[in-house]
Design a protein around this ligand. Structure first.
Ligand code: FAD
Length: 312
């Protein structure tokens, strides 16, 4: 059914989404339509925050089903994440989802963060474990929760939140093997409401993830995460972040466009557009864009897909 909605273009702005409420649990929205969503970072500087605020109206034109806001593990962005989530919530243009990472956090601290969200009317949380921040010297406080599944249970115990989790199509880079990683993911997703994947470039990796979860008895929505490549530097950084190699065919297309930055960006947008088209044809429950707070690539991809109003 979802595939039909996507393929028929009914999901385009002005059609299906017009009837959906902005403030709602995301799992309820996913039951009604395929989603289009974006990830944002809480900016570090007042200048970057001002830039993001200027960009938000353009993103809102896409009528995103929800916007997720990342959390710096070890509490690095604790207040900034809260403030951006609440600001988006109050603007009423899309449904915000607060990321929360349990790494180096005491249980009481996590409860306090969640109670603040509940008091502000925020209903959606993405529960992740988090990793030791690279740019902050260790050691970190010992955390009370070892894995994201423990945080899912904690979030659910604090209030009636809709809880999302992270999924890794090619397996989590630190997992000893794919089979055990899939079992842990299945247990985590069974306790949560839906998942968003780490970015990937091969549809087959996503399909295998969904198939493996199905074989383990879990059929909750798994939304593919899309990362547009916008420059040569980001390729190496992306491989480092995801722990997965960028496929040779993708690297070759980007390298063929180099060194012209505009051509590289265009190739990255084209690659992401093709991936999204193939995913839509497979009937995915939504598309989640890692915007890196740079809105234009996401907008260009959505325009290519017919999911955004075209500019004159
Ligand atoms: P887990 O589910 O805990 O898995 C981590 C590892 O532990 C895996 O190898 C898994 O196989 C293993 N494992 C899981 N459960 C068990 C168990 N019960 N027993 C033994 N082993 C187990 N990071 C941030 O810091 N902030 C963010 O805002 C953020 N947002 C993200 C959003 C998305 C959509 C994604 C995909 C990732 C995000 N991350 C974020 C990164 C994430 O924190 C890292 O990938 C981290 O290394 C793993 O997090 P997880 O939630 O998947 O952990």
């Amino acid at each position: 059914m979802q595939a039909v909605l996507w393929v028929a273009g009914l999901r385009a702005p002005g059609a299906l989404l017009r009837d959906l409420p902005v403030m709602a649990r995301i799992d309820a929205l996913l039951r009604r339509a395929s989603s289009l969503s974006i990830e944002l970072w809480p900016p570090k500087t007042p200048e970057a925050l001002a830039h993001l605020r200027l960009s938000l109206p353009r993103l809102y034109e896409l009528r995103p089903t929800f916007a997720s806001i990342t959390y710096g593990a070890a509490g690095l962005t604790r207040d900034r994440t809260h403030e951006l989530v609440v600001e988006i919530h109050q603007q009423g243009q899309t449904t915000p989802m607060a990321h929360l990472a349990c790494f180096a956090h005491r249980r009481g601290e996590l409860v306090e963060i969640l109670e603040r969200y509940a008091a502000a009317g925020v209903e959606n949380v993405l529960a992740v474990r988090g990793d030791p921040p690279r740019d902050v010297p260790a050691p970190f406080e010992a955390g009370d929760l070892a894995h994201a599944v423990d945080l899912v249970e904690l979030v659910k115990s604090v209030g009636p939140f809709c809880v999302a989790v992270a999924a890794h199509p090619e397996g989590h880079p630190a997992a000893p093997d794919l089979a055990s990683d899939r079992r842990h993911l299945a247990a985590k997703l069974a306790a949560a409401d839906f998942a968003i994947t780490q970015f990937f470039f091969r549809v087959a990796d996503y399909l295998r993830l969904v198939e493996d979860l199905g074989a383990l008895g879990v059929d909750k929505p798994v939304i593919p995460g899309i990362m547009p490549i916008t420059n040569m530097r980001s390729i190496a950084r992306m491989a480092e972040l995801s722990g997965a190699a960028i496929p040779a065919e993708v690297t070759a297309r980007i390298e063929a466009a180099a060194p012209d930055p505009e051509a590289v960006r265009a190739a990255g947008i084209e690659i992401a557009t093709e991936l999204c088209r193939d995913l839509i044809a497979q009937g995915v429950p939504g598309l989640h864009f890692y915007t890196m707070n740079q809105v234009s690539a996401t907008i260009a991809i959505c325009e290519n897909l017919g999911l955004a109003p075209r500019r004159a």
